[in-house]
Design a protein around this ligand. Structure first.
Ligand code: MG
Length: 324
């Protein structure tokens, strides 16, 4: 079977095409058009304009593959309403053109499913870190959030820091590059409550700090990541997990990977994270999740939903592996 995926929850418009053969899924196309990081942050209608502007290029890319899909899936939520609607319209148009089912996909679950498929995990403790989401998740009858941020997402905090400090690029990547220049540390607020955590106090203090930019960035990362790792360690011990899977856009951060892998190893657990191209928002993960979940999905009234959560949807029996 061939499934097309459309991603459009936030800054990225994406086209993914995957093909299943028995228990393997092969990614045939994983193309993204990303709205650039800018110092003013993201304005919803500008994101929608960007996605609409690139819809033609997406259609051409799809046409050039010459593939005929059996399914079309799209990111239903969570996300920014303006952006979600553009992706929904693109996906609906493709599904009508080919006369195939349109499958709504929970974007948060898609981040997890592609991680599980690529890393071949069984029942991992999941750490989901992105701009808007920072959660520690376990899998039972459905995904359950056992720890999460009480205010902003980790990625959002790092992006804002990068923007306000005028880094290049003005986002979390800029913070990482700046942080790598030093090992000089200054204390910043550290807030962990059980398995939950908070980042706003840390951000405010970092922005008020008169230390050098590299020292602020290094300290912000070390403090925020330590909070996350502490909460994660508590969950790991409580649920006796044998695997830790890091997913989401900020899963590309090598320092976060290093800290989580040291903690996991100290408890005899395996640490893993997907390849960089499957960490940030991408449409291969939407296509994969659409393919895995389409049976039993309710297709009616399946328009965008901004406020979806990972624990809103039923769990799917994903027994697929990503082909190398
Ligand atoms: Mg995302």
């Amino acid at each position: 079977m061939i499934c097309i995926g459309i991603e459009s929850t936030a800054h990225t418009l994406g086209l993914g095409v995957v093909e299943s053969r028995e228990k393997r899924i092969k990614v045939l196309v994983n193309r993204t058009w990303k709205y650039p990081s800018i110092t003013e942050g993201y304005v919803p209608f500008k994101l929608a304009e960007h996605h609409a502007d690139n819809a033609g290029a997406l259609a051409t890319e799809l046409k050039n593959t010459g593939l005929k899909p059996d399914l079309v899936s799209y990111s239903q939520g969570p996300g920014i309403g303006h952006s979600l609607h553009v992706g929904f319209i693109i996906a609906k148009t493709i599904s009508n053109t080919f006369d195939v089912p349109l499958v709504p996909v929970n974007h948060a679950i898609a981040h997890i499913e592609i991680g599980k498929s690529e890393c071949r995990t069984k029942n991992p403790l999941i750490v989901y870190v992105s701009g808007g989401n920072t959660q520690i998740i376990i899998q039972k009858d459905k995904y359950e959030v056992v720890g999460e941020t009480m205010d902003m997402g980790l990625g959002n905090m790092l992006d804002q820091l990068g923007r306000k400090l005028n880094l290049d690029p003005p986002d979390a990547v800029g913070v990482l590059k700046e942080a790598e220049k030093t090992k000089d540390f200054t204390n910043l607020p550290y807030t962990v409550k059980g398995m939950n955590f908070s980042f706003t106090g840390l951000l405010t203090a970092a922005l008020k700090s008169r230390e050098k930019k590299d020292k602020i960035c290094f300290s912000a990362q070390e403090t925020a990541f330590s909070m996350l790792v502490e909460a994660c360690e508590r969950a790991l011990c409580h649920y006796h997990s044998k695997e830790v899977l890091l997913v989401g856009g900020n899963a590309r951060n090598r320092r976060l990977r290093e800290m989580l892998s040291i903690m996991s190893a100290s408890h005899g657990a395996r640490f893993c994270a997907p390849s960089d191209e499957y960490c940030g928002d991408n449409a291969a993960m939407i296509a994969l999740t659409g393919l895995v979940s389409w049976k039993g999905v309710e297709f009616k009234n399946a328009g965008p939903r901004q406020k979806m959560r990972v624990d809103d949807s039923k769990i799917m029996k994903n027994k697929y592996y990503l082909a190398k």
